[in-house]
Ligand binder design. Sequence first.
Ligand SMILES: Nc1nc2c(ncn2[C@@H]2O[C@H](COP(=O)(O)OP(=O)(O)OP(=O)(O)O)[C@@H](O)[C@H]2O)c(=O)[nH]1
Ligand SMILES: [Mg+2]
Length: 457
Amino acid sequence: MELPMLKIAVVGHTNTGKTSLVRTLTHDRSFGEVRDRGGTTRQITSVMLEVNGQALIELNDTPGLENAPELIEWLDELPGERHDGPERIERLLRDGQARRRFDQECRVLELMGQVDVGLYVIDAREPVLEKYLDELAVLGRCARPLVMVLNFTAAADSREDQWREALARLGLHSVLAFDAVVRDPATELRLFEKLKGLLDAFAPTLNAWMSEREREDHRRQGAALAAIADLLIDVAACRRHYALKNDRERQARLEDIRREVRRREQVCVDVLLDLYRFGREDYRDEDLPLTDGRWPDDLFDPQTLAHFGIHAGKFAGAGAGAGLVFDISTAGLSLGTGTLVGTLAGAGAGLAGTAGKRLAEQVRGTGRLGVDDPALRLLAWRQLCLLAELVRRGHASMDPIRTTVEETWKRKRLPAPLRKARHHPEWSTLNRESAADPGREAAIRALVRSLGHEEET
Ligand SMILES: Nc1nc2c(ncn2[C@@H]2O[C@H](COP(=O)(O)OP(=O)(O)OP(=O)(O)O)[C@@H](O)[C@H]2O)c(=O)[nH]1
Ligand SMILES: [Mg+2]
C-alpha cells in the first residue's frame, strides 16, 4: 500500500540546533553543516526517510530566522484581511522588494506553505525573548501545525519551564523536550508519536517509520552481539608458539598477545560506539564506562579482574602473567609454568583420538600461549556492559540485564562455542589474516544466540 509522504520543515532562530536535530532524526552524522555560530545553514536542504525504497518522510533543514521583528511589523502594516495569515504571507512572497529584504525568512515561509508540519526548534537556554515570539507569530500565519522542540534541555542552564509556560500562553501546547546531541531513541519515538497525534492522516506513515526504527534497533543489537562474539572467538582461539626453554622468545610472544588482544578489543569497542552513533567526539564519557573511547583499565592487570569481581586463574602471575596461560588447547587444562615442560606432551597425548595425536605432535618442542578463561570472561563481560549501557540510553529499564550477564560471565562455564574455539587456532584473526571458516561462522552464530538470550532475560 502506498503511504502518504509526510513533509516536515525544521525551522527556528539561527544556531538553535536545527541541523543537529535533522542529523539525529536521520541517524546521519554527516548531514549538513553544524557549527556553534549563527547562519551556518544557508540553503534549504531536504533528506528523505525511506523504508524499502519508499520515501515516507521528507525532512527539510532551513536557514535560521534572523529578522522576524521587522517582518512581523511589515506584515501587520499590510492593509485589509487582518485575520487571514496565509493571504498576508502570500502577498509578502509576491512582493519583490520585500523578498529581497527578508530573503532568508521568505524562503522558510515559502517552504512552510509546502509542508504538512513545522518543528520549531528552541534553544531552551535562552530567555523567552520578544524576537522568538515574533518568529512564532510569523510562522503562526502559515496555517500549518507546529511542534515546539525544546533543544538543549540537558544543559544546566536550561529554562525549559519558562519556555513551557510562555508557549502555553501563546496556545502552543505541542511541546517536546529534546537534546539533539544525545541520541535517545525514546525521545525520538516521542516526537513521532506527537506528530501522529497532530496529523491523523499520516498515522500509517508514522507507524511504518516507527516500526522500521524498531527493526533497526534489533538489527543494531544483533550486529553489536556479533561484533562481541567475533572478538571472543578471535581471542579464545588466539595462539602464539615459542621454542621451549627459550625464555626471551616466550616473553616476546606474551607481549605480542597482550598487544594484539588490546588492539582487538579496541576494534570491538569502536564498532559498538559506531553502531550506536557515538563517534569519539560526540559521546560523553560520564554516560559510558569509557575514557576517551577506551576501557581505562588494562585487560591484563590482575587489579582489573578483581575490580570486575572475576577470580584470576590459579596460575595467573606464575610466570605468564594475568590473563595468559600455557597450552590452553589441551581441553581446558591449565598448566602452570612449573609443570609446563614436563607435562605438556603428556597432556596432549592423553587426549583421545587423532585430535590428541595432532596436539601431541604440535606441542613437542614448542610451548603455546593463549588467553586464559578469566581474561576471556572479563573481555566478554565488559563489552556486554558497554553494550547494555549504550542500549539503556534508549530504553530506561535495562538494568536487570547486568545481573544475568554478570552471573554467566563470572561463574558459569564458558559457553560451548568459546570452549570449542580453544581447539581451533585457525578461527582467530589474531593468528592469521583470514580466518573465514564455516565452523567459525557457526560458532559466532551460536555465541550470538547465547549472548542474545541473556540480553532478553
Ligand atoms: N549540548 C547541545 N548542543 C547542541 C544541541 N543541538 C545543537 N547543539 C550545538 O549547537 C550548535 C549549533 O547547532 P546547529 O545544528 O548548527 O544549529 P542550527 O540551528 O542548524 O544553526 P544555523 O544553521 O546556523 O541556523 C552546534 O555547536 C551544535 O553542536 C543540543 O541539543 N545540545
Ligand atoms: Mg543549520
